[in-house]
Design a protein around this ligand. Structure first.
Ligand SMILES: [Zn+2]
Length: 390
C-alpha cells in the first residue's frame, strides 16, 4: 500500500465542460430507459483513467449500471459512496428548445441539454472526483455508482446498494452545492370512478362520473387544507394535487367512467400505508352516491431524512462554504431522490448534494454551470480526503 497524498482536483473548467457535454450527448431518456450507451461510455472513460469499472446487468440485462471503486480498502478508513443516475426525462417538444437537447452545446460557462443539471453534471463530478482519489490514493474506499431508472422509481440504486457496504452516501442531484439532508416523498394515486352512461338528452337515466368528480373536488379541497397543516421545517407542507383526468367517450354520452390522478407529496414522518387509507376514505362520498370507486397507488418514492448535523452533512457543508461560499443553513429537497435507497433501504446516511441547478431540472433548454461543476469536484475531493484517509 502506498501512502496517500492529499486528494485534490486538477480539473479545468474546459475539461469538465467537455466531459459533461459528452455525457449529455447520449440520449438516455427514460422512459423508455436508454441508459446503456452512456453507461458504457462512463465505464470506458473510467477504464481509460486506470479505474476498474464494472457494468452491472442488474436489475435489467439490457440496461447496465456502473460501479467503480478506488482505494486501499483499509477498514480503519471509511467508505464513501457517490451516486448518480444516468437516465434523463424526455426532452418534450424539441421545437421549443433553442439548443439541441442532446447536443451538449458549450456556451460560456454553461453546458446545455437534457440532463445537464439533472444530473449528468453530478455524474461528471463523481467521475472526476473518483479520478482524483485514484491518482492520490486513499486508505479507505470511494465507490461511484451510476444508476438507471431514477426518473421512474425503478430499483436501480436500490439494487446496487444491496452489494455495497458504505459509511456515507452523496446523491449527486442538483442542489447548487447546498447540502440537503431530507427529501420529500411522492405517491401517485389513480382513482377510477364508474357510473352509468345514458344518452345526454336523458341524463337522469345515467350516473354522470364527471358531475360526481366536480362535487368531489370540495372534499379534495378540504383534504388538502387538512394536510397542509403537516409541516416540516426544511421541506414545507404535505401536498395533494390533481394532475390528470380522463373521462368520457363522446359529446352526447353521459360518461360512465373516469380516472383521476392525484400527486401526493409527503413528509418523512408520514406513513405511506396511512396515506393509502386517507385517499381511500377521501373517496367515500363518491361511494355513498352510488359510484363504484377503486384506488390504486401507481408509484411511490419514499421520503428520507438524516440528522441535519450528521457527519457527512457537516463535512460537505464546511467544504462547500470554503470552496464556493455556499450557504451553510440546513436545507431540504422538495422532490424525491435515491437518497431514500441509502437511508431507508441500505441504512447508509446520505445527503443530496450536487453541482446542478435544481430549477433547471426537466425544463426546456436545461443548462448547467461548469464553474459549479469544477467547485463540486474540489469539494468532493476534500470530503474524500477527510473521510477516507487515516
Ligand atoms: Zn435527478
Amino acid at each position: 500500500m502506498s501512502t496517500p497524498t492529499n486528494v485534490r482536483s486538477d480539473v479545468t473548467q474546459e475539461e469538465a465542460a467537455e466531459l459533461l457535454s459528452d455525457l449529455v450527448s447520449f440520449d438516455s431518456q427514460n422512459p423508455p430507459g436508454r441508459e446503456a450507451a452512456v453507461a458504457k461510455f462512463v465505464a470506458g472513460r473510467l477504464d481509460e483513467w486506470g479505474i476498474d469499472a464494472q457494468l452491472v446487468p442488474r436489475p435489467y440485462e439490457d440496461r447496465p449500471q456502473v460501479v467503480a471503486e478506488v482505494g486501499d480498502g483499509d477498514p480503519e478508513a471509511g467508505t464513501l459512496v457517490l451516486n448518480g443516475h444516468l437516465d434523463v426525462v424526455p426532452p418534450g417538444d424539441a421545437e421549443q428548445w433553442t439548443h439541441d437537447p442532446f447536443g451538449g452545446t458549450i456556451e460560456g460557462d454553461r453546458v446545455y441539454g437534457r440532463g445537464a443539471s439533472d444530473m449528468k453534471g453530478g455524474v461528471a463530478a463523481g467521475m472526476l472526483a473518483l479520478r482524483a482519489a485514484h491518482e492520490a490514493g486513499v486508505d479507505g474506499r470511494v465507490i461511484l455508482t451510476c444508476a438507471i431508472g431514477e426518473e421512474t422509481a425503478e430499483p436501480g440504486t436500490k439494487t446496487l446498494l444491496e452489494e455495497i457496504d458504505g459509511d456515507w452516501g452523496i446523491v449527486l442531484e442538483p442542489t447548487e452545492l447546498m447540502v440537503d439532508t431530507v427529501g420529500k416523498g411522492l405517491a401517485w394515486y389513480e382513482i377510477e370512478v364508474r357510473g352509468t352512461s345514458s344518452h345526454a338528452s336523458q341524463p337522469h337515466l345515467g350516473a354522470n362520473v364527471l358531475d360526481a368528480l366536480f362535487a368531489f373536488s370540495e372534499h379534495l379541497q378540504s383534504y388538502r387544507e387538512r394536510i397542509s397543516e403537516r409541516e416540516h421545517p426544511l421541506v414545507g407542507t404535505s401536498l395533494c394535487s390533481p394532475t390528470m383526468l380522463e373521462a368520457g367517450t363522446k359529446e352526447n354520452v353521459i360518461p360512465d367512467s373516469a380516472t383521476l390522478t392525484l400527486d401526493r407529496r409527503f413528509l418523512p414522518d408520514e406513513d405511506v400505508a396511512d396515506i393509502d387509507d386517507e385517499i381511500d376514505a377521501l373517496c367515500d362520498p363518491l361511494r355513498a352516491d352510488g359510484f363504484d370507486v377503486s384506488v390504486e397507488r401507481t408509484r411511490t418514492y419514499e421520503a428520507a431524512e438524516i440528522d441535519v448535523d450528521d457527519e457527512i452533512a457537516e463535512v460537505v457543508r464546511e467544504h462547500s462554504a470554503d470552496v464556493a461560499g455556499v450557504d451553510t443553513a440546513p436545507h431540504g429537497k422538495v422532490a424525491s431522490t435515491d437518497q431514500r435507497n441509502f437511508v431507508n433501504d441500505a441504512n447508509i446516511p446520505a445527503i443530496i448534494w450536487g453541482p446542478g441547478t435544481s430549477p433547471q431540472s426537466h425544463t426546456v433548454d436545461e443548462w448547467a454551470r461548469t464553474d459549479l461543476l469544477v467547485d463540486g469536484v474540489e469539494i468532493l475531493c476534500r470530503t474524500i480526503d477527510d473521510l477516507c484517509t487515516n
